[in-house]
Design a protein around this ligand. Sequence first.
Ligand SMILES: NC(=O)C1=CN([C@@H]2O[C@H](COP(=O)(O)OP(=O)(O)OC[C@H]3O[C@@H](n4cnc5c(N)ncnc54)[C@H](OP(=O)(O)O)[C@@H]3O)[C@@H](O)[C@H]2O)C=CC1
Ligand SMILES: Nc1nc(=O)c2c([nH]1)NC[C@@H]1CN(c3ccc(C(=O)N[C@@H](CCC(=O)O)C(=O)O)cc3)C=[N+]21
Length: 291
Amino acid sequence: MTILDGKKTSADLKLEIAESVKQLKLQGKKTPHLAAILVGNDGASMTYVGAKVKACELVGFNSTLIDLPEETTEDRLLQEIESLNNNDDVDGFIIQLPLPKHIDEQKVLMAVNPDKDVDGFHPTNVGKMTLDLPTFLPATPFGIMELLERYNVETSGKHVVVIGRSHIVGRPMSILMSQKRKAGNATVTVAHSRTKNLKELTLQADIIVAALGIAEFLTGDMVKQDAVIIDVGITRVEDASKKRGYRLAGDVHFESVSKKASFITPVPGGVGPMTIAMLLKNTLLACKNKG
Ligand SMILES: NC(=O)C1=CN([C@@H]2O[C@H](COP(=O)(O)OP(=O)(O)OC[C@H]3O[C@@H](n4cnc5c(N)ncnc54)[C@H](OP(=O)(O)O)[C@@H]3O)[C@@H](O)[C@H]2O)C=CC1
Ligand SMILES: Nc1nc(=O)c2c([nH]1)NC[C@@H]1CN(c3ccc(C(=O)N[C@@H](CCC(=O)O)C(=O)O)cc3)C=[N+]21
């Protein structure tokens, strides 16, 4: 069994990105600049945004965090987006999800200039991804593709079961893995909450991507021997013995599943750090695209 080490792989990627930043500087080009908008004070969201800012510092990017209160109106948020769209120094930006309920997520994501949409959530970029045209790929699925590639995990002709069909993880994951590309060429089944025979499906899968958001949902009895397991889920589970009062759990019951797996991502240290590295990669691309 091989651990797909997202922490190490993301560290390698960050070194490569830092090297590119140095090259840009030597050529007299601008420093990549990523901005993030955070609305409200959800604990997990604050952690992720903090990690993104820290990662920017590490690779030599400039970063801006726009921290807005929970009660921010949709109009006010749209104004912030417009100002980032018009700010020539900002190469890319993201709006941390989920947004408070009174804000229309679709309307907000549509307001982002697609050339600065480093999350790859704008319909224009989703369309380009689907047509396999060059664009910003959503960071989490992009990170999983990168991890599979770097560990030479065979995907061609394999049966992949993706559990989850969200716009940010499950859906793009299923599209990318079915495409004619590296870490692609797979036969993909997309499962969701209405799927009836999930265990029957997962038992047939060569590769399982668990992205449903239920702690330790996928257990050893649901996977076949030598399956490749990608655990996207991150849930905070109360644990008084921990300093922070909680531990992080994936969607995979690691202990039972790892006994059968050929490759498996841990939580933490798997898909999460890759997501951040790919966001940086997209920002570098946005900066280079500007010329
Ligand atoms: N590591 C990382 O970088 C990231 C981690 N995450 C984590 O990944 C998890 C999923 O995130 P996200 O995609 O945003 O979540 P969503 O809640 O948006 O989507 C969950 C999906 O899982 C499906 N689902 C729910 N319950 C079941 C079930 N019992 N059986 C089968 N399918 C089910 C839902 O079906 P339906 O469509 O029918 O509702 C839905 O499609 C979360 O834990 C999140 O924190 C998310 C983003 C990045
Ligand atoms: N617009 C937008 N873009 C996103 O990419 C986005 C988002 N909204 N909303 C929420 C999800 C979640 N997400 C994670 C990123 C990093 C880790 C990560 O680094 N996790 C560490 C642990 C971090 C911890 O200690 O909590 C790990 O798994 O090792 C996790 C989750 C990005 N998301």
